[in-house]
Ligand binder design. Structure first.
Ligand code: FES
Length: 116
């Protein structure tokens, strides 16, 4: 397990996220005030790309496909969402955003039925 540099702190605007390739792993990096968060780049519902379908507003991420929502700080499901978001650990180190990547997080890994 190791911390990897994802981007510069100036690369992401506050209350927004952006997609980065972190040594071959696609990761969305979000800035929420002084906090950094890192998520897989797809919706937990049907794996829609969140760069296209995701909207950030007031710390809440909404996937516009079926309006599932999550608290961006905790990844917790809100409203109609039935699954939380997976998250990588993220932190600021100097002017870099670092992400702890043990393996690529994937929504298929933790549930293989088709109820969602
Ligand atoms: S694909 Fe994102 S809410 Fe359904």
């Amino acid at each position: 397990m190791s911390w990897k540099a994802a981007c510069a702190v100036t690369d992401v605007e506050d209350q927004k996220f952006k997609l980065f390739d972190v040594e071959g792993v696609p990761i969305l990096i979000a800035k929420l005030g002084d906090e950094w968060r890192a998520y897989p780049p797809v919706c937990p519902h049907m794996e829609e790309p969140l760069m296209e379908s995701g909207i950030c507003s007031k710390g809440v991420l909404t996937c516009t496909k079926h309006l599932w929502q999550w608290d961006m700080l905790t990844g917790e499901a809100q409203g109609p969402a039935e699954r939380p978001m997976l998250m990588y650990e993220a932190k600021q180190e100097g002017d870099q955003v670092m992400v702890l990547v043990e393996q690529e997080l994937d929504y298929d890994d933790d549930d293989d039925d088709d109820d969602y």
